[in-house]
Design a protein around this ligand. Sequence first.
Ligand code: HEC
Ligand code: HEC
Length: 615
Amino acid sequence: MRKLPGLTGSVRLGALIGICSLVMWAAGCAGDVEGGPGDAPVQDVPDEGGGDSLVLLGSKHGGHAWFDFCEGQPDSAALPGDPRALVQPGVSDGKAVHFNAWWKDCHVDPELVGEQPHPETCGELRESWERGHQLMVGNGAVGAGTFFAGTEPSGFLSFPADIYNNLWVTWGLPGRPDNFDYLVAERFGVPLGTERNPYPLPGEDPNAVDGGSGQLPINMTQTRNADGSWSGNIGLTCHGCHSGEVGSPADGHALGALYGSGTGLPDIGVIARDLAIAGAPPMGIFALFGASRGTNNAQFANITAIPSPADSGAAFGQQFAGWVTSGSTASMDTPAWWNLGHRPAKFIDGVVPTDAVRVDMAFYTPLLDNRPVPTGQDAGAWVRAHDQAADHWMLSLKAPTYPMEIDEDLARQGALLFHVKDLWAGNSGNPVPRPDGGNGSCASCHGAYSPHFANDPAFLADPALEGVASYIVPMDIIQTDPERMHAFNEAVQQSSGSGFVGYEETVGSDQDCGAQNRDDLRGDRELGYLAPPLYGIWATAPYLHNGSVPDVWSLLKSDERPAIWRRVSEPAREDQVGQVVMGFDTDLERAYDPERMGWSYDALACGDGTIPLLD
Ligand code: HEC
Ligand code: HEC
């Protein structure tokens, strides 16, 4: 853990003002916090042995506190409380970090909701994590999930390996290229992992060669029959939309393919097109989920929230009209799973409490598996049996370490600015309305990270709230693209909040786990977007919920944002130039810009490389 040298014992904000002048910042540094909640005395922080208490740098890399706690603990060790459960009305009153989206315990009465209770010991957590790992990682594991088939070996959207082996034909190549597996991964924008993820090559019997000698990208897995033998069928996994790649394993720092990073690589439209043409026509429907490389349209799932006369009663006409006009969410840049353990509410508008985990299984729910008569009851039972295990695996993920050099003096100045600079202070001329809570700093919306501030009761009611972000920022303040917010209108809220996925059993109770932006539930809280925790932010370019901003530099300096831009692609092998489609370049040295913190891109003019009339 790094420390600011030369400051020991109890530190007050006066000392911060001293630091400001010491490093000769522009006027208005910590003076800006006077009068705000940050003006309260800063308490001692736990001394980590070096004598310095003003610890500004260091990161827990996200994940969930339970996994940090259980490291080296016996199975019998009792888990501490979930830090997110502390986020209840009143907890941030008068504090520098502001919350307005509250944790709901969707398993408070497991018998009522028919699910497992939360784990109580490290052993229970480990057991659940293990099942979640099997389900979520894929790689041909027994018990891996695939789209709409649960853990069944085949379903409507799985296809025999022969179809996969034919993909090169659909690309118009004269023969199967020697680097076929690599080219599929590049074209689809989904990395090849380091673990074995086998499929049978033409002529191979998967059960004679332990799955096969081909290597699938991480968004696909060969399924297993009930007896554990290989099925020869390939299914799709969550990782097409949720996982990406930053650098390579050779860069160290746990880099390479990154589960749950949401790093904007896949071309869902191309995956759908190629597989449909190669012989799996149902895959074509996935073209609806993505028209541009790097983003996806998954939350156009509002279309599934169609109101039914039986559920909506007299309000049906009104709800149906609202649903028809709810529109598309447009492109989305998937949020990183390593932040889930610091989010009491999830999705970009905070519409779902994070503990409402049934919705996470939407893509694996066995509605279209290979049973002769699929029944809703079975699907629900499957979801109940798997959703918390999947959640525990996602909660265990951590952001990778920044692998390049850090200017620590600059980073300490940044840590102070991030936590104490009031963006609305005095003569800042900020034209945006001031949020109605917090100290006006970045931390007021995104959470406190520096150990110094996380341990300061003027910032957080409890140090366990370190890095927790739970403020739905009204649209007139955040002013980013409102399409996604509009698409989840009251009609969609009403119909998606009352059903299995909306935890219908809890509706009306004080732990109502349905859609949280319903008029009746949110009261006078305005709609907007939930400020995300910022762990590993360097690795998750592009930025904002729609991925419209290429780097942190232009995120913070909006007049320097390119209007139309495209990430650069990985160079093709010399003999394949012009014949193959390459994915976005994820090589750190070649394509990462540490000055602007994001991937290199080309700014385009309207009409460049696009189809006239469709720009
Ligand atoms: C077609 C792309 C796609 C697929 C496939 C997909 N997701 Fe997502 N997922 C998204 C997008 C986009 C969001 C953000 C939506 C929003 O906030 O409106 C999201 C959000 C989430 C979130 C909430 C994250 C947060 O912090 O708000 C979880 C959890 C999640 N997905 C789990 C899963 C799991 C588990 C699977 C596989 C069973 C899966 N998703 C499959 C695109 C996808
Ligand atoms: C008033 C609340 C608020 C303040 C203050 C604020 N942010 Fe944000 N920030 C948000 C919200 C909300 C989003 C998500 C907006 C969206 O995706 O449309 C966001 C997005 C971001 C993102 C992109 C996250 C991603 O994964 O795409 C970064 C990085 C960020 N903010 C950094 C900062 C920094 C640094 C500061 C201080 C200079 C700051 N923010 C101040 C509310 C705030």
